[in-house]
Design a binder for this molecule. Structure first.
Ligand SMILES: NC(=O)c1ccc[n+]([C@@H]2O[C@H](COP(=O)([O-])OP(=O)(O)OC[C@H]3O[C@@H](n4cnc5c(N)ncnc54)[C@H](OP(=O)(O)O)[C@@H]3O)[C@@H](O)[C@H]2O)c1
Length: 271
């Protein structure tokens, strides 16, 4: 999809934006785009040296280390981010890890780690930021989920559960927060060429270490980031990004012929 950059830039121009998972892939591309547009942006992740490269490139970008697995410390991190930016107008929950293992072969601890980072950590962080936004009476929560929330494939059980959980969490929040001036956007990407499969956890929790074919053939991270910024600027509640005709067909099957979709997925060679 072609994106009109001027339109999202108009929306974000005066906003203070916190992007998690900014050290690579979609998050890095989001910060690159926001930084190039001069938007005040706070970039977070664990690999601080990668964030520092972004701060050197863009004067409007600063960095804050963040580990979403340390849930109990996320309130503190949110307070530090709020102070560093002088308030947060847009929180982009983008950080996440994926999974490459079947359910019964995986250590339950490893499955839990995926859910802890992708769902629970995001929940704790959002809780701390949303409370401040509600008190102020404005804000925008943008969360990067996945098509896996709608098309849960084999070998992604915990990942699909976490991503579907994000849809439940944020959809349920709408009735509580939208009347308080808070916008909630869920962006679900298809396949994007990033490090996601490389850092995905295997049965034992070790890194998969491979760029998978679906990611290799996937959309460019910058194009995905532009679609996310554009959808958020239009204040869309839920939208798909980086979609291919094959993924659109899978969505149609999910809705109209789910039995056929499950049979196809059972035979598909999913890495
Ligand atoms: N690529 C795809 O095909 C695709 C498809 C659908 C959805 N998504 C979603 O898009 C989002 C971004 O992923 P990506 O594709 O850009 O992958 P990526 O290149 O691997 O980026 C993931 C980001 O999350 C951060 N992260 C991982 N664990 C973290 C933790 N414990 N605490 C804080 N940050 C953490 C990583 O930074 P550090 O390692 O430095 O902490 C990195 O910046 C994820 O939510 C992913 O599920 C991706």
């Amino acid at each position: 999809m072609r994106v009109n950059a001027k339109r999202w830039q108009d929306y974000f121009r005066d906003k203070r934006v916190w992007v998690t998972g900014a050290s690579s892939g979609i998050g890095e591309a989001l910060v690159e785009a926001l930084g190039a547009a001069g938007v005040r942006t706070l970039a977070s992740a664990r690999r601080i040296e990668r964030l520092e490269e972004l701060t050197l490139k863009h004067a409007s970008v600063s960095a804050l280390p963040l580990d979403l697995a340390e849930c109990e410390r996320l309130g503190e991190a949110a307070a530090a981010a709020w102070e560093q930016l002088g308030g947060i107008d847009v929180l982009v929950n983008n950080a996440g890890i994926s999974q490459r293992s079947t359910f019964v072969e995986a250590d339950p601890e490893t499955l839990e780690r995926v859910i802890r980072i992708d769902l629970i950590g995001t929940m704790w962080l959002t809780h701390a930021v949303a409370a401040r936004m509600k008190h102020r009476g404005s804000g925008h929560l943008v969360t990067v989920t996945s098509l896996a929330a709608m098309i849960p494939t084999p070998r992604r059980t915990a990942y699909a559960a976490a991503k579907a959980g994000l849809h439940g969490l944020f959809d349920a929040m709408r009735g509580e927060l939208e009347p308080s001036g808070i916008t909630i956007s869920l962006a679900a990407p298809g396949f994007v060429r990033t490090e996601i499969s490389t850092h995905a956890v295997t049965e034992t929790g070790a890194e998969h270490g491979v760029l998978d074919p679906n990611q290799e053939r996937g959309d460019d991270a910058a194009a995905c980031a532009a679609e996310i910024l554009s959808g958020a600027a239009k204040r869309k509640r839920e939208f798909l990004v980086s979609m291919s005709p094959r993924l659109r067909l899978a969505l149609l099957l999910r809705r109209h012929a789910p039995g056929l979709l499950w049979r196809i997925l059972a035979k598909a060679s999913v890495t």
